[in-house]
Design a protein around this ligand. Sequence first.
Ligand code: F6P
Length: 552
Amino acid sequence: MASSTLICNTEPWKDLKAHVEEIKKTHLRDLMNDTERCKSMMVEFDELFLDYSRQCAQKDTLDKLLELAEAAQLKQKINRMFNGEHINSTEDRSVLHVALRAPRDKVISSDGKNVVPEVWKVLDKINEFSERFRSGSWVGETGKALTDVVAVGIGGSFLGPLFVHTALQTDPEAIASAKGRQLRFLANVDPIDVARSITGLNPETTLVVVVSKTFTTAETMLNARTLREWISSALGPQAVAKHMVAVSTNLTLVEKFGIDPKNAFAFWDWVGGRYSVCSAVGVLPLSLQYGFSVVEKFLKGASSIDEHFYSTQFDKNLPVLLGLLSVWNVSFLGYPARAILPYCQALEKFAPHIQQVSMESNGKGVSIDGVPLPFEAGEIDFGEPGTNGQHSFYQLIHQGRIIPCDFIGVAKSQQPVYLKGEMVSNHDELMSNFFAQPDALAYGKTPEQLLSEKVPKHLIPHKTFSGNRPSISLLLPHLNAYTVGQLLAIYEHRVAVEGFLWGINSFDQWGVELGKSLATQVRKQLNASRTKGDPIEGFNYSTATVMTKYLE
Ligand code: F6P
Protein backbone atom coordinates (compact mmCIF):
# COMPACT_ATOMS: atom_id res chain seq x y z
CA MET A 1 0.00 0.00 0.00
CA ALA A 2 1.37 3.38 -0.92
CA SER A 3 1.14 6.08 1.74
CA SER A 4 -1.48 7.78 -0.46
CA THR A 5 -3.85 4.96 0.42
CA LEU A 6 -3.41 5.30 4.16
CA ILE A 7 -6.75 5.94 5.82
CA CYS A 8 -5.62 9.40 6.97
CA ASN A 9 -5.36 10.45 3.33
CA THR A 10 -8.99 9.68 2.55
CA GLU A 11 -11.70 12.33 2.30
CA PRO A 12 -13.79 10.99 5.23
CA TRP A 13 -10.73 11.16 7.52
CA LYS A 14 -10.03 14.75 6.45
CA ASP A 15 -13.69 15.57 6.85
CA LEU A 16 -13.66 14.22 10.41
CA LYS A 17 -10.52 16.23 11.16
CA ALA A 18 -12.35 19.36 10.11
CA HIS A 19 -15.45 18.28 12.03
CA VAL A 20 -13.46 18.29 15.28
CA GLU A 21 -13.59 22.08 15.26
CA GLU A 22 -17.39 21.93 15.17
CA ILE A 23 -17.53 19.46 18.01
CA LYS A 24 -15.13 21.49 20.10
CA LYS A 25 -17.72 24.25 20.12
CA THR A 26 -20.23 21.96 21.82
CA HIS A 27 -20.48 20.79 25.41
CA LEU A 28 -22.08 17.57 26.63
CA ARG A 29 -24.03 19.67 29.10
CA ASP A 30 -25.97 21.05 26.13
CA LEU A 31 -25.84 18.00 23.90
CA MET A 32 -27.51 15.93 26.61
CA ASN A 33 -30.54 18.27 26.50
CA ASP A 34 -31.33 17.11 22.98
CA THR A 35 -33.58 14.12 23.63
CA GLU A 36 -33.79 13.16 19.97
CA ARG A 37 -30.01 13.08 19.75
CA CYS A 38 -29.81 10.94 22.88
CA LYS A 39 -32.49 8.56 21.58
CA SER A 40 -30.54 8.09 18.37
CA MET A 41 -27.46 7.16 20.38
CA MET A 42 -28.93 4.16 22.15
CA VAL A 43 -28.83 0.62 20.82
CA GLU A 44 -30.22 -2.59 22.21
CA PHE A 45 -29.37 -6.12 21.25
CA ASP A 46 -30.43 -9.28 23.07
CA GLU A 47 -31.07 -7.35 26.33
CA LEU A 48 -27.68 -5.60 26.13
CA PHE A 49 -28.24 -1.87 26.21
CA LEU A 50 -25.65 0.58 24.92
CA ASP A 51 -26.00 4.32 25.52
CA TYR A 52 -23.35 6.36 23.74
CA SER A 53 -25.08 9.73 24.06
CA ARG A 54 -22.28 10.92 26.33
CA GLN A 55 -19.79 10.84 23.49
CA CYS A 56 -18.56 14.22 22.27
CA ALA A 57 -20.38 13.63 19.04
CA GLN A 58 -23.38 14.75 17.10
CA LYS A 59 -25.57 12.69 14.83
CA ASP A 60 -23.54 13.87 11.85
CA THR A 61 -20.35 12.71 13.59
CA LEU A 62 -21.74 9.22 13.34
CA ASP A 63 -22.57 9.69 9.67
CA LYS A 64 -19.03 10.80 9.04
CA LEU A 65 -17.62 7.87 10.98
CA LEU A 66 -19.77 5.54 8.91
CA GLU A 67 -18.29 7.11 5.79
CA LEU A 68 -14.86 6.47 7.25
CA ALA A 69 -15.90 2.84 7.73
CA GLU A 70 -16.76 2.67 4.08
CA ALA A 71 -13.48 4.26 3.03
CA ALA A 72 -11.64 1.75 5.21
CA GLN A 73 -13.66 -1.08 3.57
CA LEU A 74 -14.75 -2.19 7.01
CA LYS A 75 -17.51 -4.50 5.79
CA GLN A 76 -15.18 -6.19 3.32
CA LYS A 77 -12.55 -6.64 6.03
CA ILE A 78 -15.06 -8.18 8.43
CA ASN A 79 -16.18 -10.52 5.67
CA ARG A 80 -12.60 -11.46 4.89
CA MET A 81 -12.09 -12.33 8.54
CA PHE A 82 -15.19 -14.53 8.72
CA ASN A 83 -14.28 -16.10 5.34
CA GLY A 84 -10.96 -17.30 6.72
CA GLU A 85 -8.76 -15.23 4.44
CA HIS A 86 -5.21 -14.73 5.65
CA ILE A 87 -5.81 -11.27 7.06
CA ASN A 88 -2.94 -11.75 9.49
CA SER A 89 -0.62 -11.22 6.57
CA THR A 90 2.70 -10.97 8.41
CA GLU A 91 2.16 -14.45 9.80
CA ASP A 92 0.23 -15.63 6.74
CA ARG A 93 -2.70 -16.83 8.85
CA SER A 94 -6.48 -16.67 8.99
CA VAL A 95 -8.06 -15.07 12.03
CA LEU A 96 -10.90 -17.34 13.00
CA HIS A 97 -11.63 -17.12 16.71
CA VAL A 98 -15.28 -16.83 15.64
CA ALA A 99 -15.09 -20.48 14.54
CA LEU A 100 -14.27 -21.50 18.12
CA ARG A 101 -17.81 -20.73 19.22
CA ALA A 102 -19.70 -21.47 16.04
CA PRO A 103 -22.62 -23.90 16.19
CA ARG A 104 -21.82 -27.43 15.05
CA ASP A 105 -23.59 -27.06 11.71
CA LYS A 106 -21.89 -23.80 10.69
CA VAL A 107 -19.36 -23.83 7.88
CA ILE A 108 -16.31 -21.63 8.40
CA SER A 109 -13.33 -22.39 6.22
CA SER A 110 -9.64 -21.78 6.43
CA ASP A 111 -7.50 -22.74 3.45
CA GLY A 112 -10.45 -24.45 1.80
CA LYS A 113 -11.27 -26.62 4.81
CA ASN A 114 -14.28 -26.29 7.09
CA VAL A 115 -12.70 -25.91 10.55
CA VAL A 116 -15.91 -26.20 12.58
CA PRO A 117 -15.86 -30.05 12.75
CA GLU A 118 -12.26 -29.92 14.10
CA VAL A 119 -13.34 -27.36 16.68
CA TRP A 120 -16.18 -29.57 17.84
CA LYS A 121 -13.93 -32.63 17.91
CA VAL A 122 -11.81 -30.89 20.54
CA LEU A 123 -14.87 -29.53 22.37
CA ASP A 124 -16.33 -33.05 22.52
CA LYS A 125 -13.02 -34.36 23.83
CA ILE A 126 -13.02 -31.65 26.52
CA ASN A 127 -16.62 -32.47 27.40
CA GLU A 128 -15.79 -36.14 27.79
CA PHE A 129 -12.55 -35.50 29.71
CA SER A 130 -14.08 -32.96 32.08
CA GLU A 131 -16.94 -35.38 32.73
CA ARG A 132 -14.46 -38.11 33.69
CA PHE A 133 -12.48 -35.66 35.79
CA ARG A 134 -15.48 -34.24 37.60
CA SER A 135 -17.19 -37.58 38.18
CA GLY A 136 -14.04 -38.97 39.79
CA SER A 137 -13.49 -41.69 37.20
CA TRP A 138 -10.18 -40.05 36.23
CA VAL A 139 -8.06 -40.69 39.30
CA GLY A 140 -4.60 -39.57 40.30
CA GLU A 141 -1.52 -41.64 41.09
CA THR A 142 -2.77 -42.65 44.55
CA GLY A 143 -6.24 -43.54 43.34
CA LYS A 144 -7.86 -40.36 44.60
CA ALA A 145 -10.21 -38.26 42.49
CA LEU A 146 -8.76 -34.90 41.43
CA THR A 147 -10.53 -31.80 42.64
CA ASP A 148 -8.12 -28.95 41.96
CA VAL A 149 -6.64 -27.52 38.79
CA VAL A 150 -3.67 -25.26 38.26
CA ALA A 151 -3.64 -23.74 34.77
CA VAL A 152 -0.11 -22.72 33.82
CA GLY A 153 0.12 -20.14 31.02
CA ILE A 154 0.76 -16.48 30.37
CA GLY A 155 -0.62 -13.62 28.25
CA GLY A 156 -3.41 -14.85 26.03
CA SER A 157 -3.02 -18.29 27.57
CA PHE A 158 -3.97 -16.86 30.95
CA LEU A 159 -5.76 -13.52 31.01
CA GLY A 160 -8.95 -14.53 29.19
CA PRO A 161 -9.54 -17.71 31.21
CA LEU A 162 -8.81 -15.79 34.43
CA PHE A 163 -11.34 -13.10 33.47
CA VAL A 164 -14.05 -15.65 32.71
CA HIS A 165 -13.29 -17.69 35.83
CA THR A 166 -13.46 -14.59 38.02
CA ALA A 167 -16.75 -13.58 36.41
CA LEU A 168 -18.31 -17.01 36.98
CA GLN A 169 -16.97 -17.60 40.46
CA THR A 170 -19.89 -15.76 42.06
CA ASP A 171 -22.61 -16.81 39.60
CA PRO A 172 -25.07 -19.07 41.46
CA GLU A 173 -25.31 -21.64 38.68
CA ALA A 174 -21.54 -21.81 38.30
CA ILE A 175 -21.03 -21.95 42.07
CA ALA A 176 -23.28 -24.98 42.31
CA SER A 177 -21.32 -26.82 39.65
CA ALA A 178 -17.91 -25.92 41.10
CA LYS A 179 -18.61 -27.14 44.60
CA GLY A 180 -15.54 -28.63 46.26
CA ARG A 181 -13.22 -27.62 43.42
CA GLN A 182 -10.56 -25.01 42.95
CA LEU A 183 -9.18 -23.49 39.78
CA ARG A 184 -5.97 -21.53 40.10
CA PHE A 185 -3.65 -19.90 37.61
CA LEU A 186 0.11 -19.70 37.44
CA ALA A 187 1.38 -17.09 34.99
CA ASN A 188 4.33 -15.13 36.30
CA VAL A 189 7.75 -16.74 36.24
CA ASP A 190 8.26 -15.10 39.63
CA PRO A 191 8.65 -17.97 42.13
CA ILE A 192 6.26 -16.09 44.39
CA ASP A 193 3.51 -16.85 41.88
CA VAL A 194 4.47 -20.54 41.98
CA ALA A 195 4.11 -20.50 45.76
CA ARG A 196 0.76 -18.73 45.57
CA SER A 197 -0.61 -21.11 42.99
CA ILE A 198 0.12 -24.30 44.94
CA THR A 199 -0.07 -23.23 48.56
CA GLY A 200 -2.64 -25.42 50.27
CA LEU A 201 -2.96 -27.80 47.31
CA ASN A 202 -2.14 -31.47 47.50
CA PRO A 203 -0.38 -32.92 44.43
CA GLU A 204 -2.39 -36.12 44.98
CA THR A 205 -5.63 -34.32 44.10
CA THR A 206 -4.31 -31.70 41.66
CA LEU A 207 -4.27 -31.61 37.89
CA VAL A 208 -1.84 -29.24 36.15
CA VAL A 209 -2.96 -27.94 32.77
CA VAL A 210 -0.06 -26.49 30.79
CA VAL A 211 -1.49 -23.94 28.37
CA SER A 212 0.78 -22.60 25.67
CA LYS A 213 0.04 -22.07 22.01
CA THR A 214 3.69 -22.45 21.05
CA PHE A 215 4.83 -24.58 23.99
CA THR A 216 8.04 -22.56 23.92
CA THR A 217 7.18 -19.52 26.06
CA ALA A 218 10.02 -19.26 28.57
CA GLU A 219 7.89 -18.39 31.59
CA THR A 220 5.29 -21.08 30.98
CA MET A 221 7.82 -23.79 30.29
CA LEU A 222 9.81 -23.02 33.44
CA ASN A 223 6.62 -22.95 35.50
CA ALA A 224 5.51 -26.21 33.89
CA ARG A 225 8.86 -27.83 34.75
CA THR A 226 8.56 -26.50 38.30
CA LEU A 227 5.09 -28.02 38.77
CA ARG A 228 6.22 -31.26 37.09
CA GLU A 229 8.91 -31.42 39.75
CA TRP A 230 6.31 -30.64 42.45
CA ILE A 231 4.24 -33.60 41.29
CA SER A 232 7.03 -36.08 40.64
CA SER A 233 8.88 -35.35 43.86
CA ALA A 234 5.67 -36.05 45.80
CA LEU A 235 4.26 -38.93 43.77
CA GLY A 236 7.05 -40.22 41.52
CA PRO A 237 7.82 -39.34 37.88
CA GLN A 238 5.18 -41.74 36.53
CA ALA A 239 2.49 -39.57 38.18
CA VAL A 240 2.94 -36.91 35.51
CA ALA A 241 0.75 -38.98 33.16
CA LYS A 242 -2.22 -38.65 35.49
CA HIS A 243 -1.57 -35.21 36.88
CA MET A 244 -0.53 -33.16 33.85
CA VAL A 245 -2.36 -32.37 30.62
CA ALA A 246 -1.71 -29.74 27.98
CA VAL A 247 -3.38 -27.28 25.64
CA SER A 248 -1.29 -26.32 22.62
CA THR A 249 -0.95 -26.07 18.87
CA ASN A 250 2.42 -27.80 19.17
CA LEU A 251 1.68 -31.40 20.08
CA THR A 252 5.24 -32.51 19.22
CA LEU A 253 6.68 -30.34 21.98
CA VAL A 254 3.91 -31.43 24.35
CA GLU A 255 5.03 -35.02 23.91
CA LYS A 256 8.70 -34.09 24.26
CA PHE A 257 7.86 -32.43 27.57
CA GLY A 258 6.50 -35.75 28.82
CA ILE A 259 2.76 -35.25 28.50
CA ASP A 260 0.93 -37.98 26.64
CA PRO A 261 -0.51 -36.44 23.43
CA LYS A 262 -3.73 -38.35 24.25
CA ASN A 263 -4.02 -35.91 27.16
CA ALA A 264 -3.39 -32.87 25.01
CA PHE A 265 -6.09 -30.57 23.66
CA ALA A 266 -5.30 -28.95 20.36
CA PHE A 267 -6.02 -25.59 18.85
CA TRP A 268 -4.83 -24.02 15.66
CA ASP A 269 -2.55 -21.31 14.35
CA TRP A 270 -5.60 -19.37 13.12
CA VAL A 271 -6.37 -18.62 16.78
CA GLY A 272 -4.36 -15.69 18.06
CA GLY A 273 -3.18 -16.10 21.66
CA ARG A 274 -5.16 -13.14 22.98
CA TYR A 275 -8.24 -14.36 21.08
CA SER A 276 -7.94 -17.93 22.37
CA VAL A 277 -10.16 -17.97 25.46
CA CYS A 278 -12.90 -19.77 23.50
CA SER A 279 -10.47 -22.50 22.42
CA ALA A 280 -9.26 -25.28 24.72
CA VAL A 281 -7.12 -22.54 26.34
CA GLY A 282 -10.17 -21.36 28.26
CA VAL A 283 -12.68 -24.11 27.65
CA LEU A 284 -10.63 -26.89 29.23
CA PRO A 285 -9.81 -25.32 32.62
CA LEU A 286 -13.25 -23.72 32.85
CA SER A 287 -15.00 -27.00 32.02
CA LEU A 288 -12.96 -28.84 34.63
CA GLN A 289 -14.11 -26.29 37.18
CA TYR A 290 -17.71 -25.59 36.13
CA GLY A 291 -18.66 -28.42 33.78
CA PHE A 292 -18.91 -28.25 30.02
CA SER A 293 -22.57 -27.23 29.94
CA VAL A 294 -21.80 -23.94 31.73
CA VAL A 295 -18.92 -23.24 29.37
CA GLU A 296 -21.08 -24.05 26.37
CA LYS A 297 -23.37 -21.18 27.43
CA PHE A 298 -20.36 -18.90 27.45
CA LEU A 299 -19.53 -19.98 23.88
CA LYS A 300 -23.14 -19.40 22.83
CA GLY A 301 -23.04 -15.88 24.23
CA ALA A 302 -19.90 -15.09 22.25
CA SER A 303 -21.41 -16.65 19.15
CA SER A 304 -24.55 -14.50 19.45
CA ILE A 305 -22.33 -11.40 19.18
CA ASP A 306 -20.38 -12.89 16.26
CA GLU A 307 -23.64 -13.24 14.39
CA HIS A 308 -24.74 -9.73 15.38
CA PHE A 309 -21.36 -8.29 14.35
CA TYR A 310 -21.42 -10.09 11.01
CA SER A 311 -24.97 -9.36 9.97
CA THR A 312 -26.20 -6.16 11.64
CA GLN A 313 -26.09 -2.83 9.86
CA PHE A 314 -23.34 -0.68 11.22
CA ASP A 315 -25.46 1.99 12.92
CA LYS A 316 -27.02 -0.72 15.13
CA ASN A 317 -23.96 -2.89 15.46
CA LEU A 318 -22.50 -2.81 18.99
CA PRO A 319 -18.85 -3.67 18.24
CA VAL A 320 -18.82 -1.49 15.13
CA LEU A 321 -20.27 1.54 16.94
CA LEU A 322 -17.85 1.09 19.81
CA GLY A 323 -14.91 0.72 17.43
CA LEU A 324 -15.88 3.80 15.44
CA LEU A 325 -16.23 5.86 18.61
CA SER A 326 -12.87 4.65 19.90
CA VAL A 327 -11.19 5.79 16.70
CA TRP A 328 -13.04 9.11 16.98
CA ASN A 329 -11.71 9.59 20.51
CA VAL A 330 -8.16 8.48 19.80
CA SER A 331 -7.45 9.79 16.33
CA PHE A 332 -9.61 12.89 16.12
CA LEU A 333 -10.27 14.19 19.62
CA GLY A 334 -6.76 13.15 20.69
CA TYR A 335 -7.66 11.12 23.78
CA PRO A 336 -5.18 8.22 23.75
CA ALA A 337 -6.45 6.28 26.78
CA ARG A 338 -9.61 4.49 27.78
CA ALA A 339 -10.79 3.45 31.22
CA ILE A 340 -12.78 0.22 31.48
CA LEU A 341 -14.96 0.56 34.54
CA PRO A 342 -17.23 -2.37 35.31
CA TYR A 343 -19.63 -1.71 38.17
CA CYS A 344 -19.41 -5.36 39.02
CA GLN A 345 -16.68 -6.91 41.14
CA ALA A 346 -17.00 -10.18 39.24
CA LEU A 347 -15.59 -8.31 36.23
CA GLU A 348 -12.43 -7.31 38.06
CA LYS A 349 -10.24 -9.19 35.59
CA PHE A 350 -11.99 -7.81 32.53
CA ALA A 351 -9.81 -4.71 32.14
CA PRO A 352 -6.53 -6.66 32.41
CA HIS A 353 -7.78 -9.04 29.72
CA ILE A 354 -8.93 -6.28 27.40
CA GLN A 355 -5.67 -4.47 28.03
CA GLN A 356 -3.90 -7.33 26.27
CA VAL A 357 -6.54 -7.84 23.58
CA SER A 358 -6.48 -4.16 22.70
CA MET A 359 -2.90 -3.08 23.30
CA GLU A 360 -1.19 -6.15 21.86
CA SER A 361 -3.51 -5.99 18.85
CA ASN A 362 -3.48 -2.32 18.01
CA GLY A 363 -0.22 -1.05 19.47
CA LYS A 364 1.32 -0.76 16.02
CA GLY A 365 3.41 1.84 14.23
CA VAL A 366 2.98 0.75 10.62
CA SER A 367 0.08 -0.02 8.34
CA ILE A 368 -0.67 -3.60 7.37
CA ASP A 369 1.55 -3.02 4.34
CA GLY A 370 4.45 -1.75 6.37
CA VAL A 371 4.02 1.97 5.76
CA PRO A 372 4.89 4.04 8.87
CA LEU A 373 1.70 5.54 10.25
CA PRO A 374 1.58 9.33 10.27
CA PHE A 375 -0.93 9.09 13.14
CA GLU A 376 -0.92 7.14 16.37
CA ALA A 377 -2.90 3.92 16.45
CA GLY A 378 -3.89 1.90 19.49
CA GLU A 379 -5.08 3.11 22.83
CA ILE A 380 -3.98 2.78 26.41
CA ASP A 381 -6.48 0.64 28.26
CA PHE A 382 -6.73 0.35 32.00
CA GLY A 383 -9.44 -0.03 34.56
CA GLU A 384 -10.79 -1.22 37.86
CA PRO A 385 -14.25 -2.08 39.03
CA GLY A 386 -16.41 0.72 40.35
CA THR A 387 -16.71 1.83 43.03
CA ASN A 388 -13.10 0.97 43.92
CA GLY A 389 -11.73 3.01 41.03
CA GLN A 390 -13.64 6.06 42.26
CA HIS A 391 -11.43 6.09 45.34
CA SER A 392 -8.30 5.66 43.30
CA PHE A 393 -7.83 7.28 39.90
CA TYR A 394 -11.16 8.98 39.17
CA GLN A 395 -9.79 12.28 40.45
CA LEU A 396 -7.62 12.46 37.33
CA ILE A 397 -10.53 11.46 35.13
CA HIS A 398 -12.78 14.18 36.57
CA GLN A 399 -10.41 17.11 36.83
CA GLY A 400 -7.17 16.05 35.18
CA ARG A 401 -6.75 14.41 31.81
CA ILE A 402 -9.65 13.52 29.59
CA ILE A 403 -10.04 9.77 29.46
CA PRO A 404 -13.05 8.30 27.68
CA CYS A 405 -14.68 5.81 30.01
CA ASP A 406 -16.58 2.58 29.48
CA PHE A 407 -19.13 2.19 32.26
CA ILE A 408 -20.34 -1.40 32.37
CA GLY A 409 -23.25 -2.19 34.65
CA VAL A 410 -25.36 -5.23 35.41
CA ALA A 411 -29.08 -4.91 36.10
CA LYS A 412 -29.32 -7.85 38.52
CA SER A 413 -26.56 -8.71 40.94
CA GLN A 414 -25.22 -12.25 41.09
CA GLN A 415 -25.21 -11.92 44.88
CA PRO A 416 -27.94 -9.50 45.95
CA VAL A 417 -28.00 -8.17 49.51
CA TYR A 418 -30.98 -6.33 51.01
CA LEU A 419 -30.29 -4.89 54.43
CA LYS A 420 -33.29 -3.96 56.51
CA GLY A 421 -33.58 -0.26 57.14
CA GLU A 422 -31.29 0.75 54.27
CA MET A 423 -32.66 3.17 51.67
CA VAL A 424 -31.60 0.98 48.74
CA SER A 425 -30.18 -2.51 48.28
CA ASN A 426 -26.42 -2.91 48.14
CA HIS A 427 -26.65 -3.42 44.39
CA ASP A 428 -28.73 -0.25 43.97
CA GLU A 429 -26.07 1.56 45.97
CA LEU A 430 -23.41 0.30 43.55
CA MET A 431 -25.53 1.20 40.55
CA SER A 432 -26.29 4.68 41.91
CA ASN A 433 -22.62 5.32 41.23
CA PHE A 434 -22.82 3.70 37.80
CA PHE A 435 -25.51 6.23 36.85
CA ALA A 436 -24.00 9.22 38.61
CA GLN A 437 -20.43 9.06 37.36
CA PRO A 438 -21.13 9.43 33.60
CA ASP A 439 -23.22 12.53 34.29
CA ALA A 440 -20.60 13.99 36.60
CA LEU A 441 -18.08 13.58 33.80
CA ALA A 442 -20.40 14.94 31.12
CA TYR A 443 -21.87 17.91 32.95
CA GLY A 444 -19.10 18.87 35.35
CA LYS A 445 -19.74 21.78 37.70
CA THR A 446 -19.41 25.42 36.77
CA PRO A 447 -18.01 28.31 38.86
CA GLU A 448 -21.50 29.84 38.73
CA GLN A 449 -23.03 26.77 40.33
CA LEU A 450 -20.34 26.87 43.00
CA LEU A 451 -20.95 30.56 43.66
CA SER A 452 -24.65 29.94 44.07
CA GLU A 453 -23.75 27.25 46.59
CA LYS A 454 -21.74 29.88 48.46
CA VAL A 455 -18.44 28.08 47.99
CA PRO A 456 -15.61 30.40 49.16
CA LYS A 457 -14.04 32.17 46.21
CA HIS A 458 -10.55 30.79 46.71
CA LEU A 459 -11.90 27.23 46.46
CA ILE A 460 -13.87 27.77 43.29
CA PRO A 461 -11.03 26.86 40.86
CA HIS A 462 -10.38 23.71 42.87
CA LYS A 463 -14.01 22.67 42.98
CA THR A 464 -14.79 23.42 39.34
CA PHE A 465 -15.31 20.45 37.02
CA SER A 466 -14.95 21.31 33.35
CA GLY A 467 -17.18 18.38 32.30
CA ASN A 468 -17.55 17.47 28.63
CA ARG A 469 -15.76 14.19 29.32
CA PRO A 470 -17.00 11.34 27.16
CA SER A 471 -18.18 7.91 28.23
CA ILE A 472 -20.35 5.06 27.11
CA SER A 473 -22.69 3.07 29.34
CA LEU A 474 -23.30 -0.58 28.68
CA LEU A 475 -25.97 -2.31 30.73
CA LEU A 476 -26.12 -6.11 30.89
CA PRO A 477 -29.27 -7.81 32.19
CA HIS A 478 -27.22 -10.07 34.48
CA LEU A 479 -23.78 -11.58 34.61
CA ASN A 480 -23.72 -15.25 33.74
CA ALA A 481 -21.81 -17.51 31.38
CA TYR A 482 -23.85 -16.33 28.38
CA THR A 483 -23.45 -12.59 28.95
CA VAL A 484 -19.78 -12.99 29.86
CA GLY A 485 -19.34 -14.55 26.41
CA GLN A 486 -21.19 -11.64 24.86
CA LEU A 487 -19.09 -9.06 26.65
CA LEU A 488 -15.90 -10.78 25.57
CA ALA A 489 -16.92 -10.91 21.91
CA ILE A 490 -18.10 -7.27 21.86
CA TYR A 491 -14.68 -6.12 22.99
CA GLU A 492 -12.75 -8.53 20.75
CA HIS A 493 -14.62 -7.26 17.71
CA ARG A 494 -14.40 -3.65 18.81
CA VAL A 495 -10.61 -3.98 18.80
CA ALA A 496 -10.71 -5.57 15.34
CA VAL A 497 -12.91 -2.74 14.05
CA GLU A 498 -10.44 -0.17 15.31
CA GLY A 499 -7.57 -2.00 13.64
CA PHE A 500 -9.50 -2.35 10.39
CA LEU A 501 -10.20 1.39 10.41
CA TRP A 502 -6.60 2.31 11.15
CA GLY A 503 -5.47 -0.10 8.42
CA ILE A 504 -3.11 -2.04 10.66
CA ASN A 505 -2.63 -5.73 11.37
CA SER A 506 -4.36 -6.30 14.71
CA PHE A 507 -3.42 -9.95 14.77
CA ASP A 508 0.36 -10.07 14.99
CA GLN A 509 2.57 -8.99 17.92
CA TRP A 510 6.15 -8.54 16.74
CA GLY A 511 6.67 -5.94 19.43
CA VAL A 512 7.00 -8.57 22.11
CA GLU A 513 10.00 -10.25 20.46
CA LEU A 514 12.89 -7.85 21.14
CA GLY A 515 12.58 -8.01 24.92
CA LYS A 516 12.35 -11.82 24.75
CA SER A 517 15.58 -12.14 22.77
CA LEU A 518 17.46 -9.72 25.03
CA ALA A 519 16.31 -11.77 28.04
CA THR A 520 17.86 -14.83 26.37
CA GLN A 521 21.27 -13.09 26.32
CA VAL A 522 20.88 -12.04 29.95
CA ARG A 523 19.85 -15.55 30.96
CA LYS A 524 23.02 -16.99 29.37
CA GLN A 525 25.18 -14.41 31.11
CA LEU A 526 23.58 -15.00 34.53
CA ASN A 527 24.13 -18.72 34.11
CA ALA A 528 27.78 -18.28 33.06
CA SER A 529 28.46 -15.82 35.89
CA ARG A 530 26.83 -17.96 38.53
CA THR A 531 28.29 -21.30 37.46
CA LYS A 532 31.73 -20.33 36.12
CA GLY A 533 32.22 -16.88 37.59
CA ASP A 534 32.38 -15.37 34.09
CA PRO A 535 32.61 -11.58 34.04
CA ILE A 536 29.68 -9.66 32.62
CA GLU A 537 30.41 -8.84 29.00
CA GLY A 538 28.56 -7.51 26.01
CA PHE A 539 26.10 -5.28 27.89
CA ASN A 540 26.03 -1.51 28.17
CA TYR A 541 27.46 0.13 31.29
CA SER A 542 24.09 0.62 32.91
CA THR A 543 22.84 -2.95 32.46
CA ALA A 544 26.22 -4.46 33.37
CA THR A 545 26.41 -2.40 36.58
CA VAL A 546 22.95 -3.34 37.78
CA MET A 547 23.50 -6.99 36.87
CA THR A 548 26.74 -6.97 38.86
CA LYS A 549 24.90 -5.56 41.87
CA TYR A 550 22.25 -8.25 41.47
CA LEU A 551 24.83 -11.03 41.33
CA GLU A 552 26.67 -9.68 44.35
O1 F6P B 1 3.12 -11.89 24.94
C1 F6P B 1 3.34 -12.48 23.73
C2 F6P B 1 2.61 -13.77 23.55
O2 F6P B 1 3.07 -14.33 22.38
C3 F6P B 1 1.08 -13.60 23.53
O3 F6P B 1 0.59 -13.16 22.33
C4 F6P B 1 0.65 -14.97 23.92
O4 F6P B 1 -0.68 -15.02 24.28
C5 F6P B 1 1.59 -15.25 25.04
O5 F6P B 1 2.83 -14.69 24.61
C6 F6P B 1 1.76 -16.68 25.42
O6 F6P B 1 2.15 -17.47 24.34
P1 F6P B 1 1.98 -19.03 24.35
O7 F6P B 1 0.54 -19.34 24.44
O8 F6P B 1 2.59 -19.50 23.07
O9 F6P B 1 2.72 -19.56 25.54
